[in-house]
Design a protein. Sequence first.
Lengths: 45, 596, 85
Amino acid sequence: MNTSKDKKELMELKHDSVPGYKGVFAVVFTFSLLYMAYILFQPCF
Amino acid sequence: MTTNILPAFIFIIGGLLIPFFKGRAKTVYMLLIPVAGFINLLYIPFGDHFLVGFGEFKLVLLHIDRLSLLFGYIFHIISFITIIYILNFKNDVEYVAGFIYAGAALGAIYAGDLFSFFVFWEMLTIGSVMLIWARKTKAAQSAGFRYLMVHAFGGLVLFAGIVMHFTQTGSLEMLKITLTDASSYLIFFGIGINCAWPILHPWLTDAYPEATIGGTVFLSAFTTKTAVYALARLFPGTEALIWIGVGMAAFPIFYAVIENDLRRVLAYSLINQVGFMVVGIGIGTELAINGACAHAFNDILFKGLLFMSMGAVIYRTGKIKATDLGGLYKSMPWTTLFCCVGAASISAFPLFSGFVSKSMVMEAAAEGSHLVGQGSYVIVWLVLLFASAGVFHHAGIKIPFFAFFGHDSGLRVKEAPKNMLIAMGIAAFLCIFIGVYPKPLYSILPFQVDYHPYSIFHVLSQTELLFFSALAFTLLLLAGIYPSEIRALNVDSDWIYRKLGKTLYNTFDKVLNPLNTFCESIVMAVASSTARFFKDAGAKISLFVAVNFWLLAGYRDKRLEIKKQRLYNDILQGTLPAGIGAAVAITFVVLVYVLT
Amino acid sequence: MFDDPQNVKRLLKIFFSSVIFLLILDIVYIFLSNAHVIHRHVNYKWEEFWGFYAFFGFVACVILVLVSKYVLRPLVKRKEDYYDN
């Protein structure tokens, strides 16, 4: 059933960052957060 | 008068007969049970059937209306699909337990009175715990035991509530109950335990991932949905349910993000989905109840589908942890496809089943918030929107990504067996069919509906929501912020009885045990000396009488000693001739009578 | 299929383009509904803002992940055999 018994089981699966994306994320998140805050401060009705 | 058969009995009796069939006949027979049940269901007219008088109780074993019928249909459909799925396991225990479990669920939803409802409710626990124990691992054994304890307690609470309710009202009818007195709260919480309300929920996330491959699919369909049905029947429009449901929809998704066992991730998302239903029942408008029921219907299908795809992964690889999996799309392309259909459905993508039902609850919450005094429903709406985005994030992306794509684990296995693929295919087809053409589903909802999910705005906004949730996942992953998958255990509220309970037990053990031993020694001393006295009391008393008699008769010294010894032994060993024994007994009684 | 980094890059490109396309589509939608070509039914004023659902979804998911990672995990994470002894 199991084809790779010899393979050691991972204790942790890390997700390495791809260069350049930290900045993209920071920009998109900051903008979204501010924009959402602005919208939700408006009256809803 | 009716010639129909009780749906529950078709499943339970039918299930018990399974071991008598062999080979192909068994396969055909098992598939016929849900089909026969479904056909039987189609011919039962609305109203009450199988009325049983039981003393002053009036039991109604079969109550058919639109609400119970809807749940009955989906229970038959998912039983049929799951049976196909587990055909290759050849495990009679699992088959029989599955049918008893499904039959109990059918019995509970068709019960027209609280007493028969309770009886089937308890059977539900028995069937489900068998499915957990059938896994035969140590973890499954202890998880099953905890599951049993929690549900036994829940059953007691419910039963106490029903008894109090009956003594107060003299009625066992399954009618709407308002939360006023103790009995209503007991029933409410009894159902709430099966419904996996926050803090009462860990039995679900504890036990479901430990059950057998097919067992989890069964489990995901019946217990919580029966509870949802019971809430819709007994507590529609109860405001507390809105906030309970909001909690259910919100908190599990946080756990799901950091959970490593993929079936446990699904168990958390199961609570999240049930949360939507509970909110709908709490709002209680026609649209909301319809939404709750429609979502229960769809959830049984897509959650079953997701559990089936993960089950296929376990079946082929023997692994289910995200840290061990990845890259399986190469070896299991069909399973991958079906899993993605399930993921899209649970995330409510347009053209998939979740889209046409989840939004009904959201819409009902939004509409409710415009009424005077219900302004707080805005928060409900916002949290549900948050949960909708979150469910895509953890169930829609995480499950397929870590199992089938992502980091390649190097596992190269065979595609899932044919019967599993067929079962997943049927479920996937239904998910898409309902999503594309929701009319048949809408036509069986409890109330007449005039709801159109496919407005341009709804499609556009939902697509935006989901694509940007996916964007968040992508960017977080690429930026290296996404939490790593770690083999670890995340404590939940079951800590209370798994750790705190144990610690308390140990403390009491240390403090109270010396005291206990001391008391025990006293009791033992008193008891044993008493026992020693009474062991030969009869002999001693007879001796006392006899010796006086012999002294009068002139026996002395050695001969007297021999006589005493013989009498004593004879009495203790019961070798005394019966007449003398009787005489001594009478003497004894007389002596006691005289002395007292 | 995804072993080739080129394919992954291509997929990402398609995905990012569709995300931007959705935002543009939203502008078109707002324009058309303001011109009363399409009838729009909303429950809240919020929903009328450009990209409300898009940015809500994004922010919601990021907060979800950050809270799970930095608040929940430190609180609840234990060794796998925590309950065993």
